[in-house]
Ligand binder design. Sequence first.
Ligand SMILES: Cc1ncc(C[n+]2csc(CCOP(=O)(O)OP(=O)(O)O)c2C)c(N)n1
Length: 788
Amino acid sequence: MASKKELSALKKMVRASNFLSVAQIYLKQNVLLKRPLQHDDIKPRLLGHWGTCPGIAFVYAHINRLICQHQRPFLYLVGPGHGFPAVQANLFIEGSLSHFYPNTIPYSEAGMRNICEKFSAAYGYPSHANPEAPGQILEGGELGYSLAVGWGAALDNPDLINVVLVGDGESETGPLAASWYANRLVNPATCGAVLPILHINGYKISGPTRLGRMDDDEIRMEFTGLGYEVLIVDDQRKEDVYAQMADAMDRAMEAIDEIQTRARSGEDVSKPRWPLIAMRTAKGWTGIKEADGKKLEGNCDSHQVIINQAASNPQHLSLLNQWLESYQFDDLYKITNEGEVKFDKEIRSLIPPEHLRIGRQILSYGGEIVRPLNKPDLRQLSYGPETPRGQRGVSMNKMGEWMRDAFRLNSKQRNLRIFSPDETYSNQLQAVFEETDRAWQWPIEPWDQDMARDGRVMELLSENLLFGMLHGYTVTGRHGMFPTYEAFAQVVSSMCDQYCKYVYASQGVPFRKPVPACNVVLSSLLERQDHNGYSHQNPSLLGAMLEKHPTIISAYLPADGNSTLCYTEKAFDDRDKLNVIVAGKKTLPQWLTLEEARRQSEEGIMIWDFASDEEPDVVLASCGDYVTQECMAALVIIRQLLPELRIRFVNISELTSDGIGSLKYGRKPKLLDQFFTSDKGVVINYHGYPNTIHKLLFNYPGIKRCRVKGYVEEGSTTTPFDMGVRNGTSRYHLVVDMAYKAFQQGVITDAQHIEITTDMLQRLVDHRSYIKAHGVDPQEITDWVWSR
Ligand SMILES: Cc1ncc(C[n+]2csc(CCOP(=O)(O)OP(=O)(O)O)c2C)c(N)n1
């Protein structure tokens, strides 16, 4: 139970924060209310969300109390990050802002003026939680990700407690709704805890929330059913809400401690019932109750800026003045002889020791907390050792073996995990189960496969939950991979965007240091979703990510197993990025020795000499694994038909939004002439949408010579080869395209061109008849082998 003194301190801290929040939202000068407000003091553009700020501050103060009491590391993830003024206010009060920004935000009145004047101003501070703010590990704009990110950050951080404030509006989103299920995955013996605080202020932007209209029994039933111990705090009860909250926080700590102690003393804890606080406090609490005939406090009308005419309307100005005065902020601090702010003694009693302050939590800013992975020896895993050409293999199997060995080599470090929506097996990564299991904290039946309390593979059928967990895991310095079906990766496209924004914005922040890349592995690729059909054929995430800053996103498209090994290693070496790795899970011919694959992975593009002629007439290029097979088969056919035609084969294995190949080529596209020549026709067979390549090559002078093939949104349940046929990426189509390029350049005659084209069209007709009759591709396709 909180003492009277503690309660008084909590109230003062929240008062100070609320004052500073309101000042940030409204005032461009006179921010400390040294004189009565004038219209001129009001910002010309009023931005910011008042309604959620008091709840954020209330929780911040209560976390501080717990930190002081328990001396444990805490993170505070603010789902309603749109209430950033409250976060910023508290970061100021605890001194973290002045620590990281001593020149611009000194611990003085000048510092307070700075955060108020610059809030939501151009080149000032953003209006939502952001990486410039110490302690934040999530962009606060898009709702729904806080809880998943919190669970991810808790993994393998046994001492950490992540308090996650979840908005009741936010809790209506799909990602958040799924995030409650993470209690099935997180092992209390080896991981930290998440304390969700559901802020039931009853409203979102313009209406009531689902939870806001439920009574206590209904709230209890819902979250008890989800597996939590529900603690309700309610400002409508007689008991002081500060005391209720302190009690709930104490009980939550006790419950966390009980679970962790049991699990850490060797007991097999099934169904750990983590605490959850359902906190009912009014939206816009302590703000203006009513204005212009509207109910503000305790209603959605307090969501953003209330009384927004204060710059011109005397009544609004007066209300704002009274509102600010009501906090009696003056009484809460003094200025020392050195000009520093000295907050009231009680407030200071709640500020944790420096290293434990929320804004100083070392886990939140990368750098020294990152331990590089011990990496497997690729020589032991590669196809070969001599040329693997002629051999067949599976890219995803190789990635699985790499991950298996990496799990073994990093078992002590405990800094590697897979986050997979039920697809570790399906995506052919099952080798990892030789070394680890799938994490599961609820009952495990004797017939369940590869499941254990302390598994390092996080599986649950929610792309949102798992990507969010990966976000939390990597930004707190660990390494992870999110293998998923290519077609459904779009489910987390927006989450990937937000991740990229977080990482990009972090790069400009001096105290944020590099963190391991977030690795999204796309498998079950469209070319081999012939059996699942049209719904499973969608390379959109790849294209979407290639719109992002070139330094933040790389797409890796290894053509075979050895290349997949090299790119897996590279992806885990990368920092401050999101990698999209595109790799097939079916058997395909192998092409490169490990040495060749390594060389290619440095450049992202390579001429394959073994498949190329000197001084070519035509260039054929591929980007992706299945499309590479088709190119190689097309080479065999065209060389049989036109032995005199000279062809170069180029494989592209890396894309950035700057272009194809590594950034070197993206930035100087003219360099691509060394692959594509300066004047010959080029045919490119690409795994995704052809437009993506057109866009990436828009500034390459040779683009007019390029014919780009790719997925053009044609598909169905059909045979594997027919997928290429329908999209014009099959070997027969490529032969037609190469013959056309050769004809255009006068290398073959009109008659030769017509003959070859007719031959290929006939083969396409024959193929269609065959698959209609037999239901499978003919043997010449299924058993095709490379020869030269
Ligand atoms: C995914 C997403 N959808 C919509 C919005 C726009 N939006 C901003 S705040 C808000 C309401 C949030 O309500 P709640 O989570 O209850 O927060 P609070 O009431 O504490 O402000 C909405 C819909 C958003 N930021 N993110």
